[in-house]
Ligand binder design. Structure first.
Ligand code: SF4
Ligand code: SF4
Length: 82
């Protein structure tokens, strides 16, 4: 289990979530922020602070946003930061 930032972040990307994450696992992925699924400790602190409700646990990600789960996994595998 991990938390996932969906495309709702695009256009806002205010990094509020970054300021509350205790393990600094939220990174700039270009158009939006992304959570490193390996480093996330599932604390949930980032969820209520997001102004656009972009953050979900993996099994609560809305159907139209499921691609965000694989996108985050690929992003952190490919840049070697995980
Ligand atoms: S708080 Fe929400 S909108 Fe802001 S950067 Fe994080 S996920 Fe994106
Ligand atoms: S759930 Fe906690 S550890 Fe995971 S990204 Fe959000 S604030 Fe960071």
């Amino acid at each position: 289990m991990t938390y996932t930032i969906t495309s709702r972040c695009v256009g806002t990307k205010d990094e509020s979530c970054v300021t509350v994450c205790p393990v600094d696992c939220i990174h700039d992925a270009g158009e939006q922020m992304m959570i490193d699924p390996v480093e996330c400790i599932d604390c949930g602190a980032c969820v209520p602070i997001c102004p656009v409700d972009a953050i979900f646990t993996e099994d609560e990600v809305p159907a139209e946003e499921v691609d965000a789960i694989g996108a985050a996994r690929s992003f952190f595998r490919s840049d070697g930061s995980s």
